[in-house]
Design a protein. Structure first.
Length: 203
C-alpha cells in the first residue's frame, strides 16, 4: 500500500451555507485556516518522523514529536467529522428519526431530555475541546462525553455519532465570549443523517 499525505477534505457545503447560525467568516478561518494548519502540521510531523528514522535529525524530543502528531492528526480528523456532522441552514436541526431517534427515546425517555443533557455538557465544558455523542456497541448505549483539547478523555473504539467544536476559533468572530449563544445556534445545523450513517456502520 502506498503511503499518503493527509489532505484537507472538501467541505460538504459552501462556506456560507450555515449562515446565519455560523458565519461565512468563521467557516473561512476555521476551515481554510485552522483545519488546513492541522493537516499541514500532521504532514510536517510525519516528515520529521521520517527524517528521524533515516538518521537525518539528531537531538530530537520524541515525546514532543508524538504529542504534535496526536494533536494535529486528531485536529484534522475531528474537524473532518465536524463539517459532515452539520447540515446547511434549513436542512439541519430538528429531531433525529430512525435508529438514533429510537435509541434516544429508549435511553433518555425523550429527545428533549437528551437535548438538555447534551446542551448542559456543551455549556459546562471548561477550556478548549469538543462535546461528542459516542456509541458503545458493547453496551448498546449512547454516551455524551467531551474530548478536551483534541485528545484528552476520548474512549478508545467508541465511534463519534455527533460532535461540536467548542474551541474559541469556532465561534469568537461572530459570538465573541457568548459561547452559549453559539451552542444554542448549533442546534439549528446539527445533521442527524450523519449520526444515522455512523450508527448503521457500527451496529
Ligand atoms: Mn476547530
Amino acid at each position: 500500500m502506498d503511503l499518503k499525505k493527509y489532505e484537507l477534505p472538501n467541505l460538504p457545503y459552501s462556506l456560507d451555507a450555515l449562515e446565519p447560525y455560523i458565519s461565512k467568516d468563521i467557516m473561512d478561518v476555521h476551515y481554510n485556516g485552522h483545519h488546513k494548519a492541522y493537516v499541514n502540521g500532521a504532514n510536517a510531523t510525519i516528515d520529521k518522523i521520517n527524517s528521524i528514522v533515516k538518521g537525518e535529525t539528531k537531538g530530537y524530543d520524541l515525546a514532543g514529536v508524538v504529542r504534535n502528531l496526536v494533536f494535529n492528526v486528531n485536529g484534522h480528523k475531528l474537524h473532518s467529522l465536524f463539517w459532515r456532522a452539520m447540515a446547511p441552514s434549513g436542512k439541519g436541526g430538528g429531531k433525529p428519526g430512525g435508529i438514533l431517534g429510537d435509541m434516544i427515546e429508549k435511553q433518555y425517555g425523550s429527545f428533549d431530555t437528551f437535548k438538555q443533557l447534551f446542551t448542559d455538557s456543551m455549556k459546562s465544558l471548561t477550556g478548549t475541546g469538543w462535546t461528542v455523542l459516542l456509541f458503545d456497541k458493547e453496551t448498546g448505549r449512547l454516551e455524551i462525553s467531551t474530548i478536551e483539547n483534541h485528545f484528552i478523555n476520548h474512549i478508545a473504539e467508541l465511534p463519534i455519532v455527533q460532535i461540536v467544536d467548542e474551541f474559541e476559533h469556532a465561534y469568537y468572530l461572530q459570538y465573541k465570549n457568548n459561547r452559549n449563544a453559539y451552542i444554542d445556534a448549533w442546534w439549528n445545523v446539527v445533521n442527524w443523517d450523519f449520526s444515522e450513517e455512523v450508527l448503521k456502520r457500527y451496529l
